[in-house]
Write a protein that binds this ligand. Structure first.
Ligand code: FMN
Length: 323
């Protein structure tokens, strides 16, 4: 399949693996790129320029296909050294950066000069238009369904994608709720040039996370996610567990007085405990509603080639057969 996204990133299939804290390590990024999609290493999981450089080199040793690095700008207690991290990305010859969380304008000149294509993740059409106006090459449009940070507008992809298609000139991928060929064909029908998946890629053989995480996603239904940190305007969609219920109880009790410090036990330092140790009740971790569509743990290659084969069948048989 050829779309503006496959052309832009020089990949075979219009499927991107979004950055995921403590999941987007070299093993997963390389597996996605080797399968013809675009794998993405999560920059902030590495934290320091030295560690990020080493992770990029590990990925290069596992694939000779293009892959990207995610750089997320979110409120953190100790802001990372973004400048040095971007220098490493450029210096290592990485060709794609996925930015998220805040306006990447400050970093675009150095990335452009370094020959890096930038895809910015947005949860609103106005943010996508801003990304286009500052010179991003593409955007990833994240609907309300998504795992991670869906923003504060709560617009699901059935509305958000056609709205984005009506307004944008640059290519965009649909993100949030994408799991299979139906997602891909639906996204293309709504004007997107491909899909970005997060949660679906965690439940794969190559995802370098504890088996408990994959099992939890397979067991979860579409009813099992919750929105946390809404009172702080930093909404995150997470899988429900006892820690999340504690957190929501604090949010309800403290109301407008809630501060980040009140929920620190449930949200800070959680990812290594969940993803590496499989301590599933350690705190709140991102997961999309799409968990309800995930019933297996395939290899990344089987997942991606299955999506592409089934998409062709949907388009040429089911849809064409309607005429
Ligand atoms: C466990 C997990 C961690 C994530 N971490 C990040 C992150 O660090 N930076 C980022 O930009 N997006 C992050 N995301 C969002 C994904 O890149 C992607 O946009 C989202 O998962 C898409 O929705 P889906 O899960 O329904 O596919 C994360 C998502 C999950 C599930």
């Amino acid at each position: 399949m050829k779309t503006r996204i496959t052309e832009l990133f020089n990949i075979q299939h219009p499927i991107i693996q979004g950055g995921m804290h403590y999941v987007g390590l070299a093993e997963l990024a390389a597996a996605v790129s080797n399968a013809g999609g675009l794998g993405i290493i999560t920059g902030l999981t590495q934290g320091t320029p030295e560690k990020l450089r080493a992770e990029i080199e590990r990925c290069k040793a596992m694939t000779n296909k293009p892959f990207g690095v995610n750089m997320t700008f979110l409120p953190t207690l100790t802001p990372p050294d973004y400048g040095s991290l971007f220098e490493v990305i450029i210096d290592s010859g990485v060709t794609v950066v996925e930015t998220a969380g805040n306006n990447p304008a400050k970093w675009l000149p150095m990335l452009k000069e370094g020959g890096v294509k930038v895809i910015h993740k947005c949860t609103a059409v106005r943010h996508a238009l801003k990304a286009q106006s500052i010179g991003c090459d593409a955007v990833s449009v994240d609907g309300f369904e998504c795992g991670g940070h869906p923003g504060e507008d709560d617009i699901p992809n059935f509305i958000l994608l056609p709205r984005a298609a009506d307004e944008l000139e640059i290519p965009f991928v649909a993100s949030g709720g994408m799991a299979d060929a139906r997602s891909l064909v639906g996204a293309l029908a709504m004007g997107a040039d491909g899909i970005n998946m997060g949660t679906r890629f965690i439940a794969t053989k190559e995802a370098p996370v504890h088996q408990n995480v994959k099992d939890a996603i397979v067991q979860a239904s579409e009813l099992d996610t919750r929105l946390v940190m809404r009172p702080l305007r930093n909404t995150e969609r997470v899988l429900n567990n006892p820690a999340v219920e504690r957190l929501l109880e604090k949010e309800a009790r403290l109301g407008a007085d809630l501060k980040f410090e009140d929920i620190i036990d449930e949200v800070a330092g959680v990812y290594p405990k969940i993803m590496q140790s499989g301590d599933m009740d350690a705190g709140a971790w991102s997961c999309g509603m799409v968990a309800g569509l995930i019933n297996d743990v395939p290899s990344v290659n089987d997942l991606i080639s299955g999506i592409m084969d089934d998409a062709q069948a949907i388009i040429t048989q089911r849809l064409n057969g309607l005429y």
